[in-house]
Structures are given as structure tokens and as C-alpha cells.
Write a protein that binds this ligand. Structure first.
Ligand code: GUN
Length: 294
């Protein structure tokens, strides 16, 4: 391996220690940041994400209100719970874990969250503010990618960035963040997706490749140029009988080969994942401070 690792786990430890100290100071003023967490159903990946988010909250002193609802929960009941959390002063952030079961209209639920508590940054008001460069809650995964790039000293201004994946959660918001006229933006961004004719033709020219396609081995070594920065947002479960839990986690990048050619690369696990949760904690603390006028 010739690439340097971007150690998301270590950067997250450092940031969470800062946030923990900030929460302690807020508690001395009688302010405890609170996160309302809603999980509908028992999708294995979602259960593990939500559990990790709540554990991270508890580690830094954020109160979390855990709501695990059955897969058959009606849209009406879910909206009523969101409405309760909107009114609850102990709750500064609301997290409805996605995806939701098919009988629930995801956009309707996201729209019901008070934008002042939208710590996931998925509400159209948050998205709109982010696009026009106003202060808003930034969605956690793209914000995590941006922080990893900045904290690893990667030059964004003028960089050619290719994002593979156009989801509302990662690809679209990340492209918007990276093109902002700001010292943490000013990049030239291309988004590739399932209908892109020749993904390699784009990625081979990129200084920074960000894989957010949700498919293992989407990015192979022949698709990147020497010394490219490669950020892997993917988390895919691959059956593996040698593991006790029966699977292992891999990203969207063929790490073994790409890491021989890239200049900088994030691992999976231990790259974007721990930072994503950290940005959720960050948004929740910011929301509590705003609510308290601090
Ligand atoms: N599902 C996958 N990523 C996310 C996320 O960042 N937030 C929520 N709420 N659901 C998700």
C-alpha cells in the first residue's frame, strides 16, 4: 500500500472529545442537548447505525430519546411522534432513520420535522439554505466527507472532484457543499450515476474521487489516476463464513488495489462512518446552543 490513510476514527475521537467538553460546559448552565431518535422496523443495518448513534450520544453526554417502532407503524402514528418531539423542549434534534417502510411517505415525514431540529439536514428548508450558502444544518455524511478532506489538508480550491452516486443523502448535498464560493469549497464537481455513459472517463481525470454508490468494487484501481484522493462512503455487507457474525463490511472501493495507486484513502470501516456520527453530535449540540440562545 502506498496511499496514506485518512484515519476517520482518530479524527472523530479528537472531535468528540471537543464536543464532550462543550456539552459539560452547557450542562453547568443547565442545558442538556437532547436527540430524539426514531427507528421504524428492524432492518439490520439501520438497527446497528441507530445503536451506534445513541451510544455516541451517551458517551459525550447528549440525552437521547430512543423510539424503536414496529415495521407496521402507521404514517399517522409516526407523524404524531414527530409532532410531539417538535414541541418537546428537551429535544433539540430529531433523527428519523431512513429508509422507512414502503407504506410510509418518507418526504412527508421529513417535511414534518421542525427545521430548527433538523439535525440530519434533510428538510427541504435545510437543503435550500445549504444550496444558497446560508447557515443551515449540514447533512451528516457529506459534512463528514468535507471535514475529512479539510482536516487532511486536501486542497479543494480548483480541484477536480468526481462523486459517484447522486443520492439525496450524500451525492447531491456533497456536490453543493464542494462548489460553494468559500475556502472550504471552490472545487469543480462532476456527479456520475447509473446512467453515466463512461464513469472511468470522469474518475480517471479526478484529483478527488468520492464513492457513494452503495455497491462494492464500484471504484477499481484502473479508474483512478496516480496519487488521487479517494473517499469511500460505502458500507456494504459481504457474506463471510470466516467471521463470527457471518459477514464483513466493505466500502464501494476496491481498497486492496486502489490503495496501491492513490495518494490518500479512507478505510472501511474506520473512515467516513465514525465522522458521520460525529457530525450528528455536532449538529445536536449546535441546535441546543441556538435554542438556549448561547
Ligand atoms: N440512513 C442512511 N444514512 C442516514 C442518515 O445520515 N440519517 C438518517 N436519518 N438515516 C440514514
Amino acid at each position: 500500500m502506498s496511499a496514506k490513510l485518512i484515519d476517520g476514527k482518530q479524527i472523530a475521537i479528537y472531535l468528540r472529545a471537543e464536543l464532550k467538553a462543550e456539552v459539560e460546559k452547557l450542562k453547568q448552565k443547565g442545558i442538556t442537548p437532547g436527540l430524539g431518535v426514531i427507528l421504524v422496523g428492524a432492518d439490520a443495518a439501520s438497527v446497528s447505525y441507530v445503536t451506534a448513534k445513541e451510544k455516541a450520544c451517551s458517551e459525550i453526554g447528549i440525552y437521547s430519546d430512543d423510539n424503536r417502532l414496529g415495521a407496521e407503524t402507521s404514517e399517522k402514528d409516526l407523524l404524531a411522534l414527530v409532532d410531539n418531539m417538535n414541541r418537546d423542549p428537551k429535544i433539540n434534534g430529531i433523527l428519523v432513520q431512513l429508509p422507512l417502510p414502503k407504506h410510509i411517505d418518507e418526504q412527508k415525514v421529513l417535511l414534518a420535522i421542525d427545521p430548527a431540529k433538523d439535525v440530519d439536514g434533510f428538510h427541504p428548508v435545510s437543503v435550500g439554505k445549504m444550496v444558497v450558502g446560508q447557515k443551515a444544518f449540514l447533512p451528516c455524511t457529506p459534512h463528514a466527507v468535507l471535514q475529512l478532506l479539510i482536516r487532511s489538508g486536501v486542497k479543494l480550491e480548483g480541484a477536480e472532484v468526481v462523486i459517484v452516486g447522486r443520492s439525496n443523502i450524500v451525492g447531491k448535498p456533497l456536490a453543493n457543499m464542494l462548489i460553494q464560493k468559500s475556502p472550504t469549497g471552490n472545487a469543480t464537481v462532476t456527479i456520475c450515476h447509473t446512467k453515466t455513459k463512461d464513469v472511468s472517463a470522469h474518475t480517471r481525470k479526478a484529483d478527488i474521487v468520492i464513492a457513494a454508490a452503495g455497491r462494492a468494487n464500484t471504484i477499481t484501481a484502473d479508474m483512478i489516476k496516480d496519487d488521487a484522493v479517494v473517499i469511500d462512503v460505502g458500507i456494504n455487507r459481504i457474506d463471510d463464513a470466516t467471521k463470527k457474525r457471518g459477514y464483513r463490511l466493505v466500502g464501494d472501493v476496491d481498497f486492496a488495489e486502489v490503495s496501491k495507486k492513490a495518494g490518500l484513502i479512507t478505510p472501511v470501516p474506520g473512515g467516513v462512518g465514525p465522522m458521520t456520527i460525529t457530525m450528528l453530535l455536532y449538529n445536536t449540540v449546535e441546535s441546543a446552543k441556538t435554542a438556549a440562545g448561547v
